[in-house]
Design a protein around this ligand. Structure first.
Ligand SMILES: Cc1cc2nc3c(=O)[nH]c(=O)nc-3n(C[C@H](O)[C@H](O)[C@H](O)COP(=O)(O)OP(=O)(O)OC[C@H]3O[C@@H](n4cnc5c(N)ncnc54)[C@H](O)[C@@H]3O)c2cc1C
Length: 429
């Protein structure tokens, strides 16, 4: 151990990726001295992490809901219900995940979580890697940077959601998730409802848009209020809110790599370009990276995407960007034309050649063939302030603001964080 260093490893950002890694290192009783820094003051239930898994896995005790079916539909009434024996769509409340990791870290004598500390510039010094923070510099053997970055992307998925408790049954079937419901598309892009019924009276309902630019939160909130009214949920009690902007298909990072510094989490390419799912990919990275560090090896970032997956994702995002008005048609073609297990393997990074063939076979040929000859087109980098601060921007009658002002502030932070991420081929997060 080099005693000039403040820590062997400094982790910038103690969100999903930072905590996933530190939690594993704590569990393994690491001797490495680790410091995590994050400007947040504490943790809120600020996002719903969902994914497909079998019943039992290493995080199954954190799962608070499971659904055996997931539905796609459009406004014309076309629907497709998918089920895959042995797999369910599972939901972890972020607060349960955060609390678990923070507890493990608190019990680890060599790991320190410093909240209320904002990291700034990183530079390579003679003795290690230097990180400037608003509480003074830190010198580390290695730095793992999970801070959000504002990079341009092919498409943006903008969304707001609310968890509601209603006196009357909310009307959504509690055994299935509305993955992409009431899809509709026009020149501005795709819009749809994502609904997670927790029981007959509790529901998480999100309103999502895909487009070539992030959508202002004020607009999304107004539209969500309309969706709630249409489902006679205007009087339901809002318990918490969440939201963000996920960047789908990030422009490659052209900054020269710094020795001793690894990017991870959304900023390091954790999010699947065409699917926006990142949670399980972050868990896989954390497992691999913790293994390396425990073995005395340098930290690693996320693995690069295999060519076939990266190409199909890019073609899909490009076709959606070029023909926004056809997006609902593309998603329904996938939902109706690709067997559920194939689509799920594709979304879960486990597709076989036949799965790729089925996906390509189900999509309209012309727009995708046209994209094969084109280079990816990226939107300009979205300014962080593209989404107005909810507390000022949302109207008094908005259910989102009535829900919880403190939470609304958190959502704004999420939005800024999430402008660096990416979203799914079967929409949602
Ligand atoms: C609302 C929402 C719902 C989502 N749902 C799903 C889902 O259902 N399934 C799925 O697979 N994926 C989902 N995702 C995508 C992805 O899993 C999450 O975005 C995940 O949190 C990404 O982890 P991360 O560590 O990269 O970023 P974060 O969890 O956002 O962590 C980044 C951390 O960096 C900190 N930070 C910011 N600036 C600084 C600084 N200057 N110095 C130090 N730290 C800093 C932030 O405070 C934050 O804690 C969702 C994303 C959002 C926004």
């Amino acid at each position: 151990m080099n005693h000039i260093l403040d820590a062997d490893v400094v982790i910038l950002g103690a969100g999903c990726a930072g905590l996933s890694l530190a939690g594993r290192l704590a569990e393994a009783h690491t001797h490495l001295r680790i410091i995590l820094v994050d400007p947040r003051a504490g943790y809120h239930d600020d996002r719903s992490w969902c994914f497909w898994r079998p019943e039992k896995h290493d995080l199954s005790d954190l799962v608070s809901a499971r659904w055996s079916g997931w539905r796609f539909s459009d406004t014309a009434g076309t629907t497709a219900l998918h089920r895959v024996p042995g797999l369910s769509y599972q939901y972890i409340r972020s607060i349960d995940f955060y609390n678990r990791a923070v507890e493990k870290i608190a019990a680890a004598p060599t790991i320190e979580l410093r909240l209320g500390v904002r990291a700034g510039a990183i530079s390579v010094a003679a003795d290690g890697v230097r990180v400037e923070t608003d509480q003074g510099p830190l010198l580390a053997g290695q730095v793992i940077d999970t801070r959000p970055q504002h990079r341009s992307a092919i498409l943006y998925q903008s969304f707001v959601g609310v968890e509601l408790h209603s006196t009357e049954p909310h009307g959504f079937n509690p055994s299935e998730v509305t993955l992409m419901g009431s899809m509709a598309a026009d020149a501005s892009g795709l819009r749809f409802v994502y609904a997670l019924p927790l029981d007959d009276h509790r529901l998480i309902l999100e309103w999502t848009r895909f487009g070539a630019a992030p959508i202002p939160r004020r607009q999304l909130v107004t539209e969500l209020d309309g969706v709630l009214a249409a489902h006679s949920l205007g009087d339901a009690v809002p318990v918490r809110t969440e939201g963000g902007v996920l960047a789908m298909g990030l422009r490659p990072d052209d900054r020269p790599p710094l020795p001793g510094v690894v990017s991870a989490g959304n900023a390091g390419g954790a999010l699947r370009a065409a699917s926006g799912y990142g949670f399980l990919r972050i868990q896989r990275w954390a497992e691999a990276c913790a293994g390396r560090l425990l073995a005395g090896a340098p930290a690693i970032g996320h693995p690069s995407e295999p060519w076939s997956r990266a190409t199909l994702d890019r073609l899909f995002l490009q076709a959606v960007r070029r023909h926004p008005e056809r997006t609902a048609e593309y998603f329904l073609a996938l939902a109706q034309g690709v067997p559920a297990p194939s689509l799920l393997r594709f979304l879960s990074d486990g597709a076989h050649t036949l799965d790729y063939a089925r996906i390509i076979g189900s999509l309209p040929k012309r727009p995708f063939i046209a994209e094969m000859t084109r280079r990816a087109t990226y939107s300009p980098t979205p300014p962080a302030m593209v989404v107005p601060a909810p507390a000022q921007a949302d109207t008094a009658q908005s259910i989102m603001v009535q829900a919880n002002t403190e939470q609304a502030d958190t959502d704004q932070a999420d939005t800024e964080q999430s402008t660096t991420a990416a979203l799914p081929l079967v929409g949602l997060r």
